[in-house]
Design a protein around this ligand. Structure first.
Ligand code: 6PG
Length: 260
């Protein structure tokens, strides 16, 4: 992986021939980080992304090739963001993950920490999620540290449910907030910068030509997280940009290296 110029980050960038190879590399990343985390800390805690890009990653993790390499009873699943809809709603990130992965692996139900969107109002659902985070991590430190966080990138530069000009972008104490996102006319529950930036490994998964322009702006343009929230992500640990050729197509050759 080659480094990418980003203020204050030693980002790792990988460009994969196509979306399938990108998904395979992301599934491999999950597996490669899981065993060491369980060995050292007894748990592998991952925050999943929603949307369409990561679905294939989750499907691959459910296949025998990957699943047999994971000690699922040691894995704790969280979501970096959730739509404020019922868990069985077609828009639900939890539902997408359950269909692609959770129903196909022997992960204990207690290890699946979905956002309880049945709690009302949305702010109470966000607070309940933050409490569940602290309880699950049993951490002395104030901000739990995920072993792996998958993130996506919207064509407007949003990530998780941190949208341009959102008050959530300026949040410095709460780890999970609710935000009425006018762009999608929906309440969203989202992890905030302080929690996401504690991650030991934060991997953006970005595919497709429609993301090429915003990706170039995020990686190489002026730093303006209010306009491009993905620029807020500057984790303590590893920052990986995992791209397919189409998404990376507007990056200068110097910034990219084709991976397998
Ligand atoms: C969500 C995601 C969101 C997503 C981007 C990219 O709830 O929708 O968490 O941040 O990652 O919108 O979505 P696609 O992968 O569908 O392009």
């Amino acid at each position: 992986m080659t480094g990418v110029s980003q203020p204050g980050n030693h980002a790792e960038l990988g460009v994969y021939n196509d979306a399938e190879r990108l998904a395979g590399a992301a599934a491999e990343l999950f597996v490669s980080l899981c065993a060491p985390a369980i060995e050292v800390r007894g748990r592998f805690r991952v925050a999943l992304s929603g949307g369409s890009t990561p679905r294939r990653v989750y499907e691959l993790l459910a296949t025998e090739e990957f699943s047999r390499r994971v000690d699922w009873k040691g894995v704790d699943f969280f979501w970096g963001d959730e739509r404020y809809v019922a868990g069985e709603d077609r828009e639900s990130n939890y539902r997408m993950t359950a269909e692609a992965l959770l129903r196909h692996i022997p992960v204990p139900a207690d290890n699946v920490h979905r956002v309880r969107t049945e709690i009302s109002p949305p702010a109470a659902a966000a607070s309940a999620y933050e409490i569940e985070l602290h309880q699950s991590f049993q951490h002395a430190s104030s901000i739990p540290q995920f072993d792996l966080i998958f993130l996506g990138l919207g064509t407007n530069g949003h990530t998780a449910s941190l949208f341009p000009n959102s008050p959530a972008l300026g949040e410095h104490s709460r780890l999970v907030v609710a935000d009425l996102v006018t762009e999608v006319n929906m309440w969203r529950i989202t992890m905030t910068g302080p929690l996401l930036n504690r991650g030991r490994a934060v991997a953006f998964l970005v595919e497709g030509k429609p993301k090429a322009e915003v990706l170039r702006e995020v990686l190489l343009g002026p730093n303006d997280p209010l306009r491009l929230p993905a620029q807020l992500i500057a984790p303590e640990g590893r920052l990986l940009w995992m791209l397919d050729e189409a998404a990376a197509s507007l990056l200068p050759d110097a910034e990219r290296r084709r991976s397998a």
